[in-house]
Ligand binder design. Structure first.
Ligand code: F3S
Length: 394
């Protein structure tokens, strides 16, 4: 690979151990994927933050990086952690877990990484422009970034995103290149899709059917394709098919169809059987909204729905801390709390230790959460729109 003189210095260890180790990771990745050079990136979003997912080995790796002098040189921020930093006790997070989680966050902080722990950086001011190159690692943020914003990122692993943050560059391959951004699967949506659960089910269906390929959708009305719906669609696609890019004619910034693209139709029956598959349990102990992290509009919608009522079970609305602060200022958080719910920041239903906190049956309106609540949190799942999954005391 062709390196600039500064990148070569990092590789040679002339800029410290952490920079050497990071450049080695990036060069090794570049060699595997046939990159000819590095490309500068303007931001890094780093997964591998919850102690639940990285464990002691991950924590030691981060602490070693700090000892090796690791410092980020571009704006870098974190994926959700395993708990809300302000209200972990009220959430019921075990103290031993909290202690380890704080150590993980301290290590990232020591490297100069911002403490906003969210999978929706694009809702809290980090919105790369069309064609801008970044190194993001959370799968739902990656697909949103490539598809809705038209910026460019591969799906980085936690260590490679951290390496990109330390070196300011990433290997130039995959979705950074024009030739890899065409859609090779063409999905004709014949069913009417409107609600969060419709888009979640569509994303899960399309992801599962396309197995990671880039998708071009037709048949979705522009009025229905709001940012909130597209973030839910992309997250479900990434969870069920590892997809990192979709396009919609007249809605997303790019529309490139590969010659001979495979065609798939999605009808009403496909959506309803996917909804069944996403979870048809009942009587949840906990209802969770905000996967990906809820926007201000989504928090308002919950607040309006629960206003003046008493919830029949626990409710968490997961969001970025900055979004929660806005929702506090306008009164939405107070309405949700008055009904008996919580607005939870810095974390989410999947990466917190839900299974250690006494929950076994959880509801969600997200096609991504519905998958991971089963596999990562040992939950039975109820899937549906918030009006279907939230119930009130009689
Ligand atoms: Fe975000 Fe957690 Fe869902 S990281 S996309 S809220 S699983």
């Amino acid at each position: 690979m062709k390196l600039t003189s500064e990148q070569q210095k990092m590789f040679n260890g002339e800029m410290g151990d952490a920079a050497r180790q990071s450049m080695e990771i990036l060069v090794a990745l570049g060699k595997i994927y046939g990159a000819k050079s590095m490309i500068p990136v303007t931001s890094a979003q780093i997964a591998g933050v919850s102690y639940k997912t990285i464990g002691d080995a991950g924590l030691e790796y981060l602490q070693d990086m700090v000892k090796g002098g690791a410092k980020v040189r571009i704006p870098a921020f974190l994926n959700p952690a395993g708990m809300d930093r302000a209200q972990w006790k009220q959430m019921g997070v075990p103290p031993k877990f909290a202690e380890k989680q704080i150590a993980v966050l301290d290590a990232y902080k020591a490297m100069g990484i911002g403490m906003s722990c969210t999978c929706t950086p694009y809702l809290v001011g980090v919105r790369p422009k069309v064609g801008e190159h970044v190194a993001w690692s959370e799968s739902s943020a990656v697909v949103f970034c490539n598809s809705v914003l038209g910026a460019r990122t591969n799906r980085e692993g936690g260590p490679s995103a951290l390496a990109a943050a330390i070196c300011g560059a990433t290997p130039n391959y995959g979705l950074h290149l024009d030739e890899n951004r065409a859609a090779s699967v063409f999905v004709e949506v014949e069913a009417e899709v409107k609600t969060a659960s419709d888009f979640g089910a569509l994303g899960a269906f399309a992801g599962e059917a396309s197995k990671g390929k880039n998708i071009a959708f037709t048949g979705i009305p522009k009025a229905a394709a709001t940012e909130d719906r597209l973030k839910g669609l992309g997250a479900a696609m990434a969870a069920w098919g590892s997809n990192a890019l979709f396009q919609m004619k007249g809605i997303t910034p790019e529309w490139r169809l590969a010659d001979g693209a495979e065609k798939i139709s999605v009808g009403k029956k496909d959506i309803s059987s996917m909804k069944e598959k996403l979870g048809n349990e009942s009587k949840p102990q906990l209802v969770t909204i905000g996967c990906p992290h809820a926007s201000l509009g989504e928090i308002r919608e919950v607040a309006e729905f629960v206003k003046g009522k008493k919830l029949a079970c626990q409710l968490w609305v997961c969001t970025a801390r900055q979004t929660k602060e806005k929702a506090e200022r306008e009164g939405s958080v107070a309405l949700i709390e008055a009904a008996g719910g919580k607005v939870v920041a810095d974390t989410c239903m999947v990466v917190c230790p839900l299974e250690e906190m006494g929950f076994s049956n959880t509801a969600s309106n997200s096609g991504k959460a519905a998958k991971y609540l089963v596999g990562m949190c040992r939950q039975k799942v109820t899937f549906g729109d918030l009006q279907e999954i939230i119930s009130f005391k009689k």
